[in-house]
Design a protein around this ligand. Structure first.
Ligand SMILES: [Fe+2]
Length: 384
């Protein structure tokens, strides 16, 4: 498999071994003292060793530093510490490597470097944010697609709520999608992160915002997940499947600039209140939410089903939805994602808090059909 480059709009360098291009990209951007932002769990991984070797080999005229304190859900302190490390080491750029958390922390660090007085809870995108530190994103999971996103989610010190920092200047100068860096991801995490990508594609495609380009990307993302995720789950070293999942993750994130839907509103509180992995939370709610949407807008999943490989040409709208939902139920079960919330420690006493946070969450406002607080409660009960 050879390396390929494409832009939408971020330049993406894709293929096994793509990491080896990093030194050349650093030279092109004048990067001589990058700060590598990551989480502690990644330090012993083969992916991090590969990065260290690549940067080390290129270090004749450069040096590099590491901040590895990023939490699984990044907090303000992570960003402040990373910015302090950047300043103390006289760095000139940020390279983030890891899952969505490391990438989000890396992006936010650049904002804080430009405005040390930045209040994360009051981030306005109309200000001038040009001239941020150059940023290279290297994902080691195929899920959030944060590497191609223009936002960064940071948990606030003051109220422990998540702030979404959004600005086009947050986009990376280049994204390196190297399937070799994801082969070490265990099957459970491969499935959960992949389910996040799948949910991004399904929710962004069905979201009623007009964006036909995103619709096309979302449908192809679904096709790639359906083809590649079971293979990556069964054989983590399948580089073709790993590569397709990295593409699908990036495509899901590009597509959800349209916005998302009720599944993400259900999933977010399951992480903040109950500690569930984001992708797992999406997977456990997806089928129930699809049934909810299909009964109110028949036919909404016809093209999703076709992207899954189903022949739905001659069937009615409701039959197309039923077949698509049945497929998705089998697909998730094949990945071990057919458990119920109570098997992950969620209990009925948490229901009020879950519903309140889910209703506050903005994602369901762009769901294909309107959602009430009672609907959210019923959906939680269905999967509890
Ligand atoms: Fe997500």
């Amino acid at each position: 498999m050879s390396l390929t480059t494409f832009s939408f709009p971020t330049p993406i360098l894709f293929g096994p071994g793509a990491l080896s291009e990093l030194p050349a990209r650093c030279r092109r951007f004048g990067i001589t003292r990058p700060l590598v932002v990551t989480d502690r769990g990644l330090l012993p991984s083969a992916a991090f060793h590969a990065l260290a070797k690549t940067l080390g080999e290129a270090a004749r005229d450069r040096d590099w530093f590491v901040y590895s304190g990023v939490h699984p859900n990044p907090i303000e302190q992570d960003v402040r510490e990373a910015a302090a490390s950047y300043g103390a080491n006289h760095c000139d750029s940020v390279i983030a490597i890891g899952g969505g958390s490391a990438l989000d922390a890396g992006k936010a660090t650049r904002l804080l470097l430009k405005r040390p007085e930045l209040d994360f809870s009051k981030f306005y995108d109309e200000s001038d944010w040009s001239g941020l530190a150059p940023f290279i994103a290297i994902p080691t999971t195929a899920g959030t697609g944060s590497e191609v996103g223009r936002s960064s989610v940071i948990t606030l010190d003051a109220n422990h709520r998540k702030a979404v920092l959004f600005h086009p200047e947050l986009l990376a100068k280049v994204v390196i999608l190297d399937p070799e860096l994801t082969v070490g991801l265990p099957p459970k995490l491969t499935a959960a992160t992949g389910a996040d990508s799948l949910t991004h594609c399904i929710e962004s495609y069905t979201c009623p915002v007009f964006h036909p380009m995103c619709d096309g990307i979302a449908l192809e993302g679904i096709r790639l997940v359906v083809e590649a995720l079971p293979r990556a789950f069964r054989d983590g070293a399948d580089l073709d499947a790993r590569g397709k999942m990295l593409c699908a993750a990036a495509m899901g994130a590009v597509a959800f600039q349209k916005d998302l839907g009720v599944v993400h509103s259900l999933a977010h509180p399951l992480s903040t209140i109950c500690g569930l992995h984001h992708g797992l939370a999406n997977a456990l709610c997806l089928v129930a939410a699809m049934k909810f949407c299909a009964t109110r807008k028949p036919g909404i999943y016809r093209r999703v089903g076709e992207a899954c490989g189903l022949d739905l040409f001659r069937v009615s709208d409701s039959e197309a939805d039923d077949q698509t939902i049945a497929f998705m139920t089998r697909f998730l079960a094949g990945l071990g994602l057919n458990t119920r919330l109570h098997e992950h420690g969620v209990n009925a006493l948490q229901l009020d808090a879950l519903v309140a946070q889910a209703f506050d969450d903005p994602c369901h406002k762009t769901n294909v059909v309107a959602v009430t607080a009672d609907d959210l409660r019923n959906l939680y009960l269905e999967v509890l």
